[in-house]
Design a protein around this ligand. Sequence first.
Ligand code: FES
Ligand SMILES: [Fe+2]
Length: 376
Amino acid sequence: MIIEQLDNPLPGSLLPTLAGGYYTDPAVFAQEQERIFEQSWFCVVHGSDIPDPGDYRLVQVGREQLIVSRNRRREVRAFFNVCRHRGMRVCTEEAGTRRTFQCGYHAWTYDLDGRLIAAPNLTRMPDIDRDDYGLRRIHVREWLGYVWVCTAEEAPSFEETVLSEVVNRLGEVESLDRYQVENLAIGRRIAYDVHANWKLVIENFMECYHCATIHPELTQVIPEFAEGWAAQTNVGLGAEFGEGIEGFTVDGSAGAAELPLIAPGQERRYFAITIRPNVFVNMVPDHVIVHRMFPVSESSTYVECDWLFLPEVVDSARDVSKSVELFDRVNLQDFDACEKTQPAMSSRLYRTGGALVPAEHHIAFFHQWLVEALRP
Ligand code: FES
Ligand SMILES: [Fe+2]
């Protein structure tokens, strides 16, 4: 892997970006899979995607396909989707409900905790330990109503990685707790296939220098974004709604019922948090928007975006389309920008990268984190 990275060849106010090869080289992507996605806490599904015992979803984390499921006690479990006999995929449909997980090849059968409970002639093979030959379990954690997994042998501290991102952004985890995200329900989910490297999606999310150019609706609702400074650069600071704006909706009209516990300083404000490597959390007074990214290749990223409201708002079938439309437009505008950037990453002109202006300097920390994470 040869990537030209200059130390600091740029004039004072500019910082260098990553070199183009970081966005185009399959070898870099392979290292990211191994050293970042497979080593981090990675947010995979919402709890309501697998509401009942035996419900499962298949997800891709790094190079691994995982089964995320719920056992009889409704505890979340995650397994490598690899049969311990001769390796066939145990589940072959994207989602479903199973009483047991039975492999379709030689019928090895695992219970919802992954234990091997049946196989042809198993009683005549007493030396096979049913736990040792169970589906291999992966670390799981539930937070914000989502299931987070880590495929590493030893998971890093959730507090020192995931929660510390919240502290870095908001100053304290309690500010996020007040939105009670774990009690909210999905009002809408939209999936996006983005033909761009996952890092372009993160970098785009971290800055607002582009807001005036590509986000007319968003800057209408939050005029300060037109100045280009993302609120993410200041600890604890949210971006304020404009005068006369009643809610975080596509036309500034009132949103749904406000979340009951948010503090006065959280009213009429938008907060965003980037949780590396795959989550964005956006908080506004009446809903929370959570993006989960699944990097597919060096030039492709699958994104699922959920709009979460109070359960009574979702149950009442209140029309939330104006709330959804605002960030759906923002997503489409952002992803379009990323897709138009991706092809130029392989230009010889971008071989040593581009420039970060002061409003984007915090992106350099993301680049540093990435380069360090990839170091063997
Ligand atoms: S590969 Fe699964 S039972 Fe043989
Ligand atoms: Fe944007």
